[in-house]
Write a protein that binds this ligand. Structure first.
Ligand SMILES: *Cc1c(COP(=O)(O)O)cnc(C)c1O
Length: 226
């Protein structure tokens, strides 16, 4: 018998708590975002029943297909958008997600602000927002240049009236992530932001050691994606 997603979830929670206490942090200060992209409701449901409450998806369309029914069954879930957001999907994203972690251009910030103003997610209801930083300056990767992150956060605030909760990054695949995690944490501190979203299946312990307030774990819980 191979391990189930529920068993892997329990193991990941333990490793998160261990990594937190290893660096003198309160385990409760690190949120686990279970990344359920490509997996269907039949796989996700037992993980919810085992107590996971925060989930991450990469695509607005895919999330819109599977989450409304799950949210109805489990009203206290938190859903996060981790993948790129085109401004023409802002309306749907603001209506569906509690947190959008991939704000990385002004056009998208403006579109999100416009939908919030229209009350699209419910009056007075706005998703919490993270700015994605291209921490390794990779040409193929989304995100704001690290040197421009602070100015972009300020512009989101001043020009669009958006409140930014934190920064998110995905370090280069074949490098030691630690210096990138350290830099993202420093950038967040400098910008006065409390949220630091970094660390995935392969490197969440290092991210926690560098101050991650949320880690995004997919394959280590749900298994390999097809
Ligand atoms: C897919 C994805 C993850 C999860 O990756 P795993 O290596 O499967 O844990 C985390 N963050 C983002 C932005 C992703 O796209």
């Amino acid at each position: 018998m191979t391990e189930s997603a529920v068993e892997r979830l329990a193991a990941i929670r333990e490793r998160i708590a261990q990594a937190a206490s290893d660096s003198g942090r309160d385990p409760a200060s690190v949120a686990l975002v279970a990344v359920s992209k490509t997996f269907g409701p039949e796989t996700i449901r037992p993980v919810i029943e085992a107590g996971a409450r925060v989930f991450g998806e990469n695509k607005v369309q895919e999330a819109a297909g599977k989450w409304p029914a799950l949210r109805e069954a489990f009203p206290d879930l938190e859903l996060r958008l981790l993948g790129p957001l085109q401004s023409n999907k802002a309306r749907e994203a603001v209506a569906l997600f509690d947190v959008i972690e991939s704000v990385d251009r002004e056009k998208t910030a403006a579109a999100i602000a416009a939908e919030i103003a229209k009350g699209i997610g419910g009056q007075g209801c706005a998703p919490r927002l993270y700015v994605q930083v291209n921490i390794g300056r990779e040409p193929q990767k989304a995100g704001i240049d690290p040197d421009e992150a602070a100015a972009f956060v300020a512009r989101c605030r001043e020009a669009h009236g958006l409140s930014i909760e934190g920064l998110m990054c995905i370090p280069p695949a074949n490098e030691d992530p630690a210096p990138h995690f350290a830099r993202l944490a420093a950038l967040a501190r400098e910008a006065g932001l409390s949220g630091i979203s970094m660390g995935m299946s392969g490197d969440f312990a290092a991210a926690i050691a560098h101050g991650a307030t949320s880690v995004r774990v997919g394959s280590a819980i749900f298994g390999a994606r097809g």
